[in-house]
Design a protein around this ligand. Structure first.
Ligand SMILES: *Cc1c(COP(=O)(O)O)cnc(C)c1O
Length: 362
């Protein structure tokens, strides 16, 4: 065992860095939950103390994102991947429209096809998903239009809430709480918690209460959003620890100025890193158009002439305490995830490593 560990700079894409506050409060709750003398791991989810946790998490979720009153916030299980099926199960009667912006979008599309006509209005697959398609037509007879706002793997992002002529559904797994969202433009927003909110184990769903009841098929109880809306996300045992921990992140976010302040910090972090990628002779951004570049997952590759040094950069960066920058196997190169909890200091360390590596190679 090492006596003292070097400070780590955690760029993992998910599960990913959480605020120290979240980790500390979760440890406290595991030891002694709300003064009960019991661990949060061993207390009934029907206890007043846990009911209060669920209510406060839903309340803070609504407050931080300014969610209108006629929406519910749910904490489910099964990951965003279960939502790929649950959305069409509940909403797709005849026809749905999807925008294909990456690996996660295409998985969502694959699931929807099992439930009805699924129109892909546009796709950026032709260029390895390195841009966001523009000027597409959304069929006005679609029951909903599905987008993935942040493409965690390719590193592109739809940074503004789009206008849709039909109800809008979004996978916001990796950019929820990174910026203000006009929730009233969507009927449903979902995502796994493990990117910007909490530990793995819960999936958030923000859903407009009146959008259900329009499909003909039977929906199993647990896969029916109505079940969870009616029971305040407490129909069965919720993922107690994951919700408790997510609540701590929400409290941290509120203490730190909410989503507007988070957005400001995120823009700052991303812009200094993209500036270095654009400047450094070894690297180039995987996403050419700055307008499409993600503020959460910054993907970059090593230029052809330096390809032989690709692996060496990973080892080099690890000497600075940098963890988790190996790119997804489908894109290659590198990916630095700069979620809310990542301090600017970690980005500065990465920039320093890139500069030092450039001096070493060239
Ligand atoms: C990580 C991720 C998913 C998959 O989430 P799971 O909770 O692992 O099912 C889906 N969509 C996006 C955009 C993601 O980043």
């Amino acid at each position: 065992m090492k006596n003292k560990q070097m400070k780590k700079h955690n760029f993992y894409a998910g599960p990913s860095i959480l605020p120290e506050y979240t980790i500390e409060k979760t440890i406290e709750g595991i030891k002694n939950f709300a003064g009960t003398g019991l661990s949060v791991l061993e207390v009934s989810h029907r206890s007043q103390e846990f009911v209060d946790v669920m209510k406060e998490a839903q309340q803070l979720f609504k407050e931080l994102l300014d969610i209108p009153d006629d929406y519910s916030v749910l904490f489910l299980q099964g990951g965003a991947s279960t939502q790929f099926a649950m959305v069409p199960f509940n909403l797709l009667n005849k026809k749905a429209a999807y925008l294909d912006t990456g690996a996660w979008s295409s998985k969502a599309i694959k699931e929807a096809k099992g439930f009805g006509e699924t129109v892909v209005v546009a796709s950026s697959k032709d260029k390895a998903y390195n841009y966001i398609p523009k000027n597409y037509q959304i069929p006005t007879d679609a029951e909903y239009f599905h987008i993935t706002t942040n493409n965690t793997i390719a590193g592109t992002e739809i940074k503004e809430d789009i206008d849709s002529p039909v109800p809008l559904v979004a996978d916001m797994s990796s950019d929820i709480f990174s910026r203000p969202v006009d929730v009233s433009k969507y009927v449903l927003i979902y995502g796994g918690a493990q990117k910007n909110l909490g530990p793995a184990g819960t999936t958030f769903v923000i859903i407009k209460n009146d959008i259900l009841g329009n499909v003909d098929r039977h929906i199993p109880t647990m896969l029916n959003y109505q079940t969870h809306i009616d029971k305040g996300s407490m129909f069965n045992t919720p993922p107690v620890l994951a919700v408790f921990s997510a609540l701590q992140t929400l409290k941290w976010l509120k203490k730190n100025g909410g989503v507007k302040a988070a957005q400001k910090r995120n823009i700052e972090k991303a812009s200094i890193l993209y500036d270095e990628i654009d400047r450094n002779k070894l690297f180039r951004a995987a996403v050419p158009d700055p307008a499409d570049r993600s503020l959460m997952n910054i993907t970059f590759v090593i230029n052809e002439e330096f390809k032989e040094h690709e692996k060496a950069f990973l080892d080099f960066a690890s000497q600075y305490g940098i963890v988790g920058i190996k790119g997804h196997r489908s894109v290659g190169g590198f990916r630095a995830s700069t979620y809310n909890a990542l301090p600017k200091e970690s980005v500065e360390v990465l920039i320093k490593a890139m500069q030092d590596f450039e001096k070493k190679i060239i």
